[in-house]
Design a protein around this ligand. Structure first.
Ligand code: CO
Ligand code: CO
Length: 350
């Protein structure tokens, strides 16, 4: 392989990152036909509220957080792809209020078309993030496949009294988003060669950033966070709707407050879109109410995020203090809305 023209990973696949997720309505239809028959009382969180991870009680103060996430290349550089896939998978443990403990890699690699050494670059990028999270990579599984895919299964620990579930939102809570929006459209632009990795560096750095909010918070403030999720493939409104539904409340978002990457609106205006922009809109249709916005502005609400920010539901009396602490690492973290009484729509954007 000619080392002066490095392979562009995004050009080897049809769909990239979390935008390649199976559409929510399809998944919902399929899953509703399966009887999981979960009766074990130690299963504290299962898939029924679309939470980020399953939670299994070990004893009254310790529970396992278990999750799996993998996808096709979202960027061209193998080490960055590995780092993003790892940060994205680890995020589902953080999104439950947990701390990652161990990880296993899942890798599908096209040996016929790509240099096997790329596997090492991907793993090294991922392992750096796993080490940064203080977890350990303890194994994995790989297959020879037509399309490159990589991710992690992560196991973490959480105190069952302090889980951040989708149904934990309380009336009057403030909602904080830790990262800007727009990775879907920007990486679509990268794949189309409209942008280079350098053009969208703010988004790439953000996707590589661990959502380890929990390590920033003093113990006294941890109980002030009532619920949370990370914003990924179903976009801001898809994930927000799932939380409002699970908590039986309504969520009110302030459009002006939403943090957005530098080129994201320009990219949406130029219609760098994914299939998920459409399916995420279809998924939330009828259950949300959006104020008068331009088409490109509206698209940011449905933009599929890869390794997106945490959306945390925080007791109103601690929201400003927690925002200030989180901003030390996540400088774009912002309070974007609040939890109100249930209405005929789950999410309102004003
Ligand atoms: Co998640
Ligand atoms: Co996930």
């Amino acid at each position: 392989m000619n080392s002066s023209t490095p392979i562009r990973l995004t050009q080897t696949v049809q769909k990239g990152g979390c935008a390649a997720k199976i559409a929510a309505h399809v998944l919902k239809d399929v899953l509703s036909g399966v009887n999981f028959n979960i009766t074990d009382p130690d299963i504290l969180v299962d898939g029924s509220d679309f939470d980020d991870a399953g939670i299994v009680r070990i004893n009254d103060s310790v529970a396992l957080v278990q999750t799996l996430d993998f996808f096709t290349p979202i960027v061209d550089s193998p080490d960055k792809f590995g780092a993003i896939a790892a940060a994205n998978a680890l995020s589902d443990v953080y999104a439950m209020g947990g701390v990652p403990k161990s990880a296993m890699a899942i890798l599908a690699f096209p040996l016929a078309t790509l240099d096997p050494m790329l596997m090492r670059d991907i793993l090294e990028g991922a392992n750096k993030k796993i080490i940064e999270s203080k977890a350990s990579l303890v194994g994995g599984h790989s297959i020879d496949d037509d399309t490159l895919k990589f991710g992690l299964s992560v196991t973490g620990l959480v105190n069952p009294q302090e889980m951040w579930t989708n149904k934990g939102l309380k009336l009057g809570d403030k909602l904080l988003l830790t990262k800007p929006l727009g990775t879907g459209t920007l990486t679509a632009g990268l794949k189309k060669s409209v942008y280079s990795e350098a053009d969208i560096d703010d988004a790439i750095v953000s996707m590589m950033t661990l959502n380890d909010v929990i390590s920033l918070l003093p113990p006294s403030l941890k109980s002030k966070i009532h619920g949370g999720t990370d914003i990924t493939g179903f976009g801001l409104l898809g994930h927000t709707m799932q939380m409002a539904k699970a908590s039986q409340q309504s969520i009110h978002l302030d459009f002006e407050k939403l943090p957005v990457f530098k080129l994201a609106f320009e990219s949406l205006k130029n219609e760098n879109l994914t299939k998920a922009h459409r399916t995420n809109k279809e998924y939330t249709f009828n259950q949300i109410q959006i104020c008068n916005l331009e088409k490109f502005q509206e698209q940011i609400l449905f933009d599929p995020q890869t390794s997106g920010g945490l959306l945390l539901s925080i007791a109103a009396d601690a929201a400003d203090e927690i925002e200030k602490i989180i901003k030390q690492k996540f400088k774009f973290a912002t309070l974007i809305g609040e939890v109100k009484a249930p209405t005929d729509k789950y999410v309102w954007v004003n």
